[in-house]
Ligand binder design. Structure first.
Ligand SMILES: Nc1ncnc2c1ncn2[C@@H]1O[C@H](COP(=O)(O)OP(=O)(O)OP(=O)(O)O)[C@@H](O)[C@H]1O
Length: 241
């Protein structure tokens, strides 16, 4: 295993077949994402954003092409090894928060480390630090029903970062939030990328996130259509439209 700390997608295609109808979700997509940056994947509904996120995080496999994460070829790993890679290296934030109703904020975050076999004392301390980082240190004993939507998303972010993942994936993390909380969560994701050096990847339509991202990748019809890093490019990676 090399120590290349990037996330690379090379000539990836992915189709779904439902009732004999094939949908090409990704067509020959290539990109490299770098540590310390908040990268945003944007584009119209159905253009392949979530499929790309799922391949980059090792949740699914491409039909063709390769995904290299932190120097590891995810396609070369069996299911157990990919699960282990995700557990060790990846954090996830989803639009619906996915919190346990019966647990308070501290427990929601701590449970991740408990699952990894970290001692109770260290898990509690780390969970508290992660909640402080997202500005919820004082509200750590509240349950989801006692927290606002923005606070719940911040708990979800604390849960995702408590094990210091080098890859942080967020699928529409602000879509359920009002403008103030959307801005807070956006700033937080960017700060996490800059401070921790993690590769932070968001899928979103949210203009607040688009405006604050270090890099914006626009998709269209299963292809990468535009990369803000390459201003001259509107048809990337040899794809012509
Ligand atoms: N599990 C699946 N089975 C069949 N088709 C799928 C599946 N997942 C996605 N698709 C199809 O693949 C294409 C890309 O879907 P994907 O969810 O990646 O797009 P998206 O850009 O994330 O869309 P949205 O913004 O609406 O979430 C769409 O045409 C979708 O209907």
């Amino acid at each position: 295993m090399t120590k290349v700390p990037s996330l690379g997608v090379r000539a990836v295609t992915k189709s779904y077949v439902v009732q004999n109808i094939r949908t090409e979700a990704l067509r020959d997509v290539s990109l490299t994402l770098h540590p310390g940056e908040l990268s945003l994947i944007s584009g119209p509904s159905g253009c392949g954003k979530s499929t790309l996120l799922s391949l980059m995080s090792g949740l699914s496999r491409p039909d063709r092409g390769h995904v290299h994460a932190l120097g590891v070829d995810l396609g070369a790993l069996d299911d157990a090894a990919r699960d282990a890679f995700r557990l060790a290296q990846c954090g996830f934030v989803f639009q619906g928060f996915n919190l346990f109703p019966a647990l308070d904020a501290l427990e929601q975050v701590q449970i991740v480390l408990d699952y990894q076999g970290v001692s109770q004392a260290l898990a509690a301390r780390s969970a508290r630090e992660a909640l402080e980082l997202v500005g919820l240190g004082q509200r750590r004993h509240l349950r989801p029903a006692e927290l606002s939507g923005g606070e719940k998303q911040r708990v979800a972010i604390a849960r995702a970062i408590v094990k210091h993942p080098r890859l942080l994936f967020a699928d529409e993390p602000t879509s359920a939030l009002d403008s103030v909380n959307g801005a807070i969560v956006t700033a937080l994701l960017r700060e996490i990328a800059h401070r921790s050096g993690a590769i932070v990847v968001c899928v979103s339509h949210d203009p607040r996130l688009i405006a604050r991202a270090d890099r914006v990748l626009e998709m269209e019809d299963g292809r990468l259509h535009r990369d803000s890093r390459d201003h001259s490019s509107s048809n990337m990676m040899g794809t012509s439209r």
